[in-house]
Design a binder for this molecule. Structure first.
Ligand code: NAP
Length: 432
């Protein structure tokens, strides 16, 4: 019997488990480990709560978790409770699927002022991530800014702009819903350091902004090249740019504004003990298409500033790490050690991108460690004995189902669930 450990229960972890199960059938046991007793990583804590159709992919992961050869082992932190070297003793291969949960830094003065939060923190706050339950983003001012021109920036700007009514059917956590509902925000500025042709926003996500109840997206037509210049763009990007251009036809008759400010590079954040404004330098594109400062600066008022400029993976002791992800070649980090998903590639692509990624690594593993032979490793049994000796009690998939049932039972009307935002509540739900 082969034993495999996948560290991280987000999309990359589950697709890899599915692939290993297909490759080995009943000749392997696959354990999906997570530091939390609740699975799904990015699906639970990253995907926007008002995008329930995207979250539905977890049903597919449920099937994987319920299959005979796969187990979920929660409440175990790799690098803290057990080392990667120890895992490699128990398992034929270890696959790191730990995602990219940390915000990249802007590296500008004032970034550490209160009022500046990373998108991982802000998204985690409204999605019930326990690390960010106490974030309390300042929502008492009239102006906020989101830095970045990707889909995460759009998620953050949209969540800031929706009404309570528009969150119906979502699983935004109650504390965030109440705080957002009481916000004084009138203007959310979305700052892009390059232009409309360089955005990383997809059409569906942009299109939503044209139909918000209380907010209207605003663009400056002067930021756009002549419409003929859109012709050579890749079709998805062209559609996004067309949608952006179309925002200029919308009546600005709603109480909130989402202002797209292009060619605007943040150079510092200022305020008296807390963020009050961003100083921005006007840019132009250089020969290589990068943002080049023009020397002209201006200020954008904002008492809440969200940086949405990409993520990095958490380093794990003794695993080579560089540029925000694990050092790997086609997913292979070293002998019997692999990475998949954002921990392998960096934070790009859709949820579905992780599927071929996981299958490719599973194929490599299957080629190197064929089914039908094994090295006599102890798998979960050995791991659990070690954890027990350290006083650590892992949770399993049945525990998760109990937590889920309680979250579903606690749902406010119109919402699928009310997530627990404190780890001790997870443990209480399973009688610990
Ligand atoms: P992203 O798509 O890589 O966008 C990052 C943005 O930050 C880019 O506009 C980038 O501008 C900007 N940026 C980077 N460094 C900056 C700096 N120092 N100053 C100012 N701007 C800076 O990353 P993301 O938005 O975090 O999304 C991550 C992945 O998740 C993407 O693949 C995204 O599509 C996906 N996602 C999908 C959905 C969905 O499908 N609904 C939702 C959320 C996320 P430059 O281009 O100039 O570098």
């Amino acid at each position: 019997m082969r034993h495999f450990a996948i560290v991280g229960s987000g999309p990359a972890g589950f697709y890899t488990a599915e692939a290993l199960e297909k490759a080995y059938g009943d000749q392997a046991r696959v354990d999906i480990l997570d530091r939390f007793p609740v699975p799904y990583g990015l699906i639970r804590f990253g995907v926007a709560p008002d995008h329930q159709s995207l979250k539905a992919v977890s049903k597919r992961y449920d099937k994987v978790a319920e299959s005979a050869g796969v187990d979920f082992i929660g409440n175990v932190s790799i690098g803290r409770d057990v080392s990667v070297a120890e895992l490699l003793d128990f398992y034929d291969a270890v696959i790191l699927a730990t995602g990219a949960p940390h915000d990249r830094k802007l590296g500008i003065p004032g970034e550490d002022l209160p009022g500046v939060v990373g998108s991982a923190e802000f998204v985690g706050w409204y999605n019930g991530h326990p690390d960010f339950a106490d974030l309390n983003p300042p929502l008492g001012g009239t102006h906020a800014a989101v830095i970045g021109n990707g889909n995460v920036a759009l998620d953050c700007a949209r969540i800031l702009s929706k009404t309570r009514h528009e969150f119906e059917g979502s699983d935004i956590v109650g504390h965030a819903l109440d705080a957002l509902d009481g916000s004084a925000l009138k203007t959310v500025t979305i700052l892009g350091r390059r232009g409309p042709h360089q955005i990383a926003m997809t059409p569906k996500e942009l299109g939503e902004l044209g139909h918000l109840e209380a907010a209207v997206p605003i663009i400056q037509t002067a930021d756009f090249p002549p419409v003929e210049a859109d012709e050579p763009l890749e079709p998805g990007l062209r559609k996004s740019v067309t949608l952006l251009r179309g925002f200029s036809d919308l009546p600005a008759d709603k109480p909130k504004r989402m202002v797209f400010d292009f060619f605007a590079k943040p150079v510092r954040i200022e305020g008296d003990g807390r963020a009050e404004r961003i100083i921005v330098e006007r840019t132009e594109l250089d020969e290589k298409g990068a943002a080049r400062g023009t020397g002209e600066t201006y200020e954008v008022p904002a008492s809440l500033i969200i940086t949405a400029i990409g993520y990095s993976t958490s380093p794990i002791p003794d695993v080579p790490f560089d540029g925000g992800k694990f050092v790997n070649e086609a997913g292979r980090i070293g002998d019997r050690l692999y990475a998949v998903g954002w921990a392998r590639r960096g934070p790009s692509g859709t949820i579905g991108t992780n599927r071929p990624d996981g299958y490719e690594v599973a194929d490599q593993i299957a080629a190197a460690r064929p089914a039908g032979s094994d090295e006599g490793r102890g798998g979960a049994e050995g791991l659990k004995a070690l954890l027990g000796s350290r006083g650590i009690m892992p949770t399993d998939y049945d525990d998760w189902r109990k937590i889920e049932e309680t979250e579903n039972a606690n749902a406010r009307p119109g919402s699928p669930r009310e997530k627990f935002v404190r780890p001790d509540h997870w443990l209480q739900a399973i009688g610990r």
